[in-house]
Design a protein around this ligand. Sequence first.
Ligand SMILES: [Fe+2]
Length: 291
Amino acid sequence: MGGKLSLIASELSPRMGSDVKISKADLVGGAHAKEIRALLDQRGVLLFRGIAPEDRELRAIARTLGDLRIGGVKRGADGKVLNEGEEGVLKVSLDEKVNPDYARFLIGNHLWHMDGTYEEIPPLATLFTPFKLSKTGGDTMFANTYAAFEDLPGEEKAAFEKLNVVHMMQAGLFPAKRNCTVEEFAVWASYPPRSYPLVWHHRSGRKSLVLSTSAAYVEDMHPAESHDLLQRLIAHATQDKYVYRHKWQMGDLVMWDNTGAMHRVLPFDRESGREFHRCTLNGEEPITAAA
Ligand SMILES: [Fe+2]
């Protein structure tokens, strides 16, 4: 807590998101890094207006908060590594010239998801700042999966804590591109499935639902029941009361806790050149169930 002043933060919605007032210099210098980490855990989404970080500043801010992800992390059957940015900054764009590795996967971003549900330890958090916005659409929505768990009836909480869910890339991407080619589907299917507990017992002692469009099925459950349960839980967790919808302005820096939130982007003009720069913080704990 090296800074002189405490953070000034106001709620963006009752159960999700805070607007934080801090100078760019303090943010880059890490003056309030511990407070920001704690607030991120509590509020899920943090908004810093008017920061407009350059890439080197975005990296510096990320490094004050955690372990910045560098380079490629995932490889599909087509041999392509999904590169998160050799310099730690990924350009998020639908334009394959801007983002040759990732653009084809970004269609799935329109559906509620967590990032990195193909990894043993999903990313901790994302830092996101716009470089070009679409004139229409493109708001990002965030849903608090801690709050969604907290509000479930006690008997459901207990039952869900015993369940495991298999996550698959094709489950995340096929609903976003039903007219995919067989080859595209084969690439998605080449990413290994992951089984995670439905309820994450975080080291902090808090619990969240692990939900995402990548959630394909509940293990050891009839497919019909599994389908209905996952659909119901996504609908539950994305009710307005758990959601913050962010309307972007140039200069914004938004960070979100990928371990306790889902997110999605609303449709926007594909020809707009919409582009964001992103830093990812590596995860710090695996998704574990109750001991
Ligand atoms: Fe995402």
